[in-house]
Design a protein around this ligand. Structure first.
Ligand code: CTP
Ligand code: MG
Length: 401
């Protein structure tokens, strides 16, 4: 039985991504930057989509973006289905929420959950527990965490005043509200500088139920937060998989071979349906093997005309995409090219660079070796080239989510 999340009525989720991320240093707005190969916003959206998988009726997920960010947004959500048309945000977070609420008001849901795109470590569990609280009849549920550090107010260049931390909390998103009540509170708000919706709601007289927030559900705000986020993802990837791949292509008449994406002059070429890059094929298979996701032929059948003459970089990129879909990391790739000729060693450095470039990992994680077979067998007779590869991949432990 799939796990059910019960909320009686139509539900909407607002994902706020219209900010500029000015505290996160230079570069694209923080929600569009990569966290180990996957944009922050894609990670956030994926948690919501998976939390709502079994949800009846289906939740509407509304991203709120800056008017300048259409292209960035589209690039970051490639392959993510089931989102509503993005709403254009406002100059402040509060205005961005208001714009989305007004858009939803045309066909009002019963409940709305509002979340910062910059909190990619939100969990399915938190999303579901917030809904179960409003299901029990309250109007709003808000995650908070008690302040644990000593608090002071700097009152001069070298002076401070102690601030008692009793009853002081930090507030997180997602926050869930009865839709008509949060809409009314936003419309009645006296200013537009509230930095969360629970504040808007209670300023309008509403009452909220508090839920224990999660330490991991922090908001990426500074450049240092990106380092912390990367460490968290890397730390979660404890499920280590090793895959292997092997491929052979025979020679035919020609004047160059393509190996690891590098064209090498030779008095023959490799015969194949695609560009016959035997090394990239072995690497692609090694990656697919590590995630137990079939092989190159499963995904790119040789019978399919569209792959005739295909550049094998495409196959390797595809396999990397499958790892990304699992929120995994490619830790190491090794390929051994087996042939008498051409000589591989003069090209090995360029091959490593090329593979690292396609995969998007550091070159120190890519090994390219070559060997002959002492003139034995088909490779020894110069009939073709074989390649054998391994891929080491780290996946998140599913049990933690
Ligand atoms: N946000 C928004 N519209 C705004 C401002 C913020 O949708 N006008 C969103 C941000 O994209 C972010 C969330 O609200 O997901 C929380 O805001 P914050 O952390 O302050 O993000 P930024 O405003 O982008 O960052 P900064 O304040 O450092 O510029
Ligand atoms: Mg801000």
């Amino acid at each position: 039985m799939p796990e059910q999340m019960s909320t009686n009525g139509q539900t909407a989720v607002i994902i706020l991504a219209a900010g500029r991320g000015s505290r996160a240093g230079s570069g694209a707005p923080k929600q569009y930057r990569n966290l180990l190969d996957k944009p922050v916003i894609a990670r956030t959206l994926e948690v919501f989509l998976s939390a709502f998988e079994d949800f009846e009726p289906a939740a509407v997920i509304v991203p709120v973006i800056h008017a300048d960010d259409h292209e960035l947004f589209q690039q970051c959500v490639v392959g993510i289905d089931g989102l509503a048309e993005p709403v254009i945000g406002g100059a402040t977070r509060q205005q961005s929420v208001r714009n989305a609420l007004e858009q939803l008001a045309e066909n009002p849901p019963d409940y709305v959950q509002i979340h910062d795109a910059a909190r990619p470590f939100v969990t399915k569990g938190l999303i579901r527990s917030l809904f179960s609280i409003v299901d029990n009849g309250t109007s709003a549920a808000v995650p908070t965490r008690a302040v644990v550090d000593t608090l002071v107010r700097k009152s001069g260049p070298s002076q401070l005043e102690a601030v008692a931390r009793d009853n002081l909390y930090t507030v997180q998103t997602p926050q869930v509200f009865k839709f008509d009540e949060i809409l009314a509170a936003h419309r009645a708000a006296k200013h537009d500088n509230y930095t969360d919706d629970a504040s808007v709601f209670t300023a309008g007289g509403g009452e909220v139920t508090f839920v224990e927030g999660l330490e991991q559900n922090f908001k990426i705000t500074t450049a240092e937060d990106f380092q912390k986020a990367k460490r968290m993802i890397a730390g979660d990837c404890t499920d280590v998989r090793v895959g292997s791949g092997y491929d052979v292509h025979r020679f035919e008449g020609g004047n160059s071979v393509r190996l690891c994406g590098i064209e090498i002059p030779h008095d023959k070429k490799l015969k194949g349906h695609s560009d016959a890059d035997v090394a990239l094929h072995a690497l692609t298979d090694a990656i697919l093997s590590a995630i137990a996701d079939g092989d190159i032929g499963t995904h790119f059948p040789p019978s399919d005309e569209q792959w005739r003459g295909a550049v094998s970089e495409k196959f390797l990129s595809f396999a990397c995409g499958r790892v990304r879909d699992l929120s995994g990391m490619i830790s190491h790739l090794a390929v051994t090219i087996i042939c008498e000729m051409p000589k591989i060693s003069p090209h090995a450095a360029a091959m490593r660079e090329r593979v690292a470039d396609i995969v998007g990992i550091d070159v120190s994680r890519v090994s390219v070796q070559a060997t002959t077979t002492e003139k034995l067998g088909f490779a020894g007779r110069g009939e073709g080239i074989a390649a054998q590869a391994t891929a080491t991949i780290k996946l998140p432990e599913r049990s933690i989510f």
